[in-house]
Design a protein. Structure first.
Length: 69
């Protein structure tokens, strides 16, 4: 696994270091020729807050419930 990671890192153009590559909303590990095919997503300090209709609904439902004694 480490050897695969080292090969991948050595193949990444320096402009693409630190990005996650996405095919739609799914992360992919691309090859040297695929860097231009995928959307690049950069990290953010503190991370990103995931969001979806299901997450929003669950959060709102949790606020509706009476507090536990």
């Amino acid at each position: 696994m480490i050897e695969d990671a080292e090969r991948f890192i050595s193949a990444i153009p320096s402009d693409d270091v630190g990005f996650v590559f996405l095919d739609g909303d799914k992360p992919v590990q691309t090859d040297r020729d695929g860097f231009g095919k995928y959307q690049r997503r950069y990290g953010a300090r503190g991370g990103l807050w995931p969001s979806s209709p299901g997450i929003t609904s669950a959060m709102l439902d949790s606020y509706k419930k009476p507090p536990k004694p």
